[in-house]
Design a protein around this ligand. Structure first.
Ligand SMILES: Cc1cc2nc3c(=O)[nH]c(=O)nc-3n(C[C@H](O)[C@H](O)[C@H](O)COP(=O)(O)O)c2cc1C
Length: 355
């Protein structure tokens, strides 16, 4: 299986990168990921001063992460001392994430530029300043510049058009969702939050939003480099994101929820998942236009011999269409062919609605 990605003159052994965040905060974490099978690196967002972050700042459930982090808590001086050490040991392309204002970027970009293979810019959408911001950055570097989009932007195509006109190479889609709040019921208060009580949401729960955004941008901009980000947890997620239109894929929250070994496990499973899905190379998948037609059959569910009698279908059917036999028998007069039982069957024993 060929997992290589060639993009803007850079070679990535595979398309999986860490997304900017705590696992790429500081030299020890970056050196750790440098030795991992990831295809590239992306630093925590660097600004002039270190961020002062209200604690607690990261809380996770099984499918979501809530955070109130800002940019790196290390200042620019720390990074200009540590980045050369990372570059000395570099095994893969390094993306340096930077932020935020024009004034700060005029100081940050010249200081980090020589260590970056590409620059990623964390932005909060602001129509008035986006153009000036991107022009300012691209005037200071010849390295590829990716602008990271926030998911709350609704005129995303205009955003992309603007950044391309101003010299950016591509887009990262996208950052954490929000704002949200996390309630601490016992104390009738909030569990974490910034000064407004808000936190930002990421992790597997946001993947469908990221996929939709990437597919929409890809349809409009067939050749622009896109780095997909949001909710990736498995090798299949990586491949789905590439089919949606991403050239490279970033992941963070799943590695916070399950530990950083999640990165190695995603990369290690890439070859097998490609084989299972008859994908010869990442390039071939990237060049496939996602079919916008729905493939689900929409017939009645039929329970096959793989049924283990767990009764999950009986339990979840909203219409009470199964009896509790072994295997359960379907009453077609009650079944609306929705597909829920097939999607929840733990033994993969139901077919006919979705597959
Ligand atoms: C704890 C935490 C810290 C983050 N810090 C940054 C950051 O410094 N810069 C940035 O651009 N994005 C930051 N992000 C956003 C992630 O890079 C990513 O865009 C988002 O979490 C969605 O991807 P995921 O679902 O794989 O985590 C942070 C996310 C989390 C959870």
């Amino acid at each position: 299986m060929n997992t290589k990605v060639n993009l803007l003159g850079l070679t990535f052994e595979n398309p999986v990168l860490p997304a900017s965040g705590p696992l790429t905060e500081g030299l020890p974490n970056l050196l750790n990921l440098n030795d991992s099978p990831l295809g590239g690196l992306v630093t925590k967002t660097i600004s002039v001063s270190g961020a002062v972050v209200k604690k607690p700042c990261i809380v996770a459930t099984k499918h979501m992460v809530f955070n109130t982090e800002l940019w790196s808590e290390h200042d620019l001086e720390y990074w200009t001392e540590q980045l050369p050490r990372l570059v000395e040991k570099k095994k893969k392309p390094i993306g340096v994430s930077v932020g935020y204002t024009e004034e700060q970027l005029r100081i940050v970009i010249p200081a980090i530029e020589e260590y970056a293979d590409f620059i990623e810019v964390s932005t909060h959408y602001n129509k008035a300043s986006l153009e000036a911001l991107v022009k300012c950055i691209t005037s200071m570097t010849k390295k590829p510049v990716f602008i990271k989009m926030s998911p709350h932007i609704d005129d995303d195509l205009h955003f992309v058009e603007t950044i391309l006109t101003c010299g950016a190479s591509g887009v990262v889609a996208f950052n954490s969702f929000g704002p949200g709040i996390v309630i601490d019921l016992k104390n009738r208060a909030l569990l974490l939050g910034n000064e407004d009580g808000h936190s930002w949401i990421s992790g597997p729960a946001i993947k469908p939003f990221a996929l939709n955004r990437i597919a929409k941008i890809r349809r409009q901009f067939p050749n622009m480099p896109i780095i997909g980000c949001g909710g990736v947890e498995t090798a299949a997620d990586v491949l789905e994101m590439i089919l949606a239109g991403a050239d490279l894929v970033q992941m963070l929250s799943a590695a916070l929820i399950g530990g950083r070994e999640a990165y190695a496990s995603v990369v290690d499973n890439l070859g097998k998942t490609m084989k299972d899905n008859e994908i010869e190379s990442i390039e071939e998948l990237r060049n496939t236009m996602l079919e916008r037609k729905v493939m689900g059959k929409g017939g009645y569910p039929s329970i096959t011999e793989r049924c283990i009698g767990c009764q999950m279908c009986v339990k979840v059917c909203p219409f009470g269409a199964y009896d509790n036999g072994m295997p359960p028998i379907l009453d077609k007069s009650k079944c609306i062919r929705c597909g829920l039982c097939e999607s929840r069957c733990i033994a993969n024993a139901i077919e006919g609605v979705l597959t």
